[in-house]
Design a protein around this ligand. Structure first.
Ligand code: GRF
Length: 215
């Protein structure tokens, strides 16, 4: 399996995935990081890790579909077969999703379907929930609506701000996302409609469901 990551900013989830691959914890190769912002910190991380990256400027394409068509072309050329969106701030179009059926993942820092879209930590704190967390899901044509692969619960305290909650959730993102990539690499992920199942995984304990095995 060849993994590609699309990122727009800090790139800490990209680094968690790429490191896990480079360290041999995942039976996969790292194909490419694509960024849509020239200044994305993810690029410095890629340089440090010594993995391939490319900046593709969305504003030099007449439409989002044209941009995505170019990305698909690049991803196919490098042989990527699992695409991880990680802090990628553009919605991918239908043609992108259709190019990699059941092979585009996203990470969203809330327990979906609660708090999709922008500012999930602000939404969670403002709503007053006592448990938030993180979701890794397959990408479909909606916004954060695709079938859930794995989730991890994180407690919310009365003192939490969106920033402090983000700090609590992030370390779990860095464990959950590589774990899900590993499950894909090991061929253990099956989907029936909206139900995604990781074969042989433990679905009976918290905070992560399925339970983390390697990260
Ligand atoms: C993460 O919280 C991710 O879940 C969300 O945006 C943030 C990106 O962080 N979609 P990073 O760029 O991976 O450090």
């Amino acid at each position: 399996m060849r993994v590609a990551v699309l990122a727009s900013g800090r790139g800490s989830n990209f680094e968690a995935i790429a490191r896990a691959i480079l360290e041999g914890k995942i039976n996969a190769e790292f194909a490419l990081l694509i960024v849509n912002r020239r200044t994305a910190e993810a690029v410095q991380r890629a340089e440090k890790l010594g993995v391939n990256w490319i900046y593709v400027d969305p504003f030099s394409f007449p439409s989002r579909e044209d941009y995505d068509r170019r990305l698909v072309e690049i991803l196919k050329r490098v042989g990527a077969d699992l695409i991880c969106l990680a802090g990628y701030n553009l919605l991918v179009s239908g043609l992108f999703v259709d190019a990699f059926p059941d092979r585009v993942l996203n990470i969203h820092p809330s327990l979906l379907p609660s708090f999709p879209g922008l500012k999930p930590h602000w939404q969670a704190v403002t709503y007053g929930v006592k448990i938030s967390g993180v979701t890794v899901h397959l990408v479909d044509k909606g916004v954060d609506t695709g079938p859930v692969v794995a989730q991890c619960a994180v407690p919310v305290s009365p003192e939490d701000t969106p920033e402090s909650l983000a700090d609590k959730v992030l370390p779990w993102e860095h464990r959950l996302y590589p774990q899900v990539v590993k499950w894909f690499a090991d061929g253990r992920v099956k989907r029936e409609g909206r139900k995604v199942v990781v074969e042989g995984a433990d679905y009976n304990s918290l905070p992560a469901v399925p339970a983390l095995e390697d990260f």
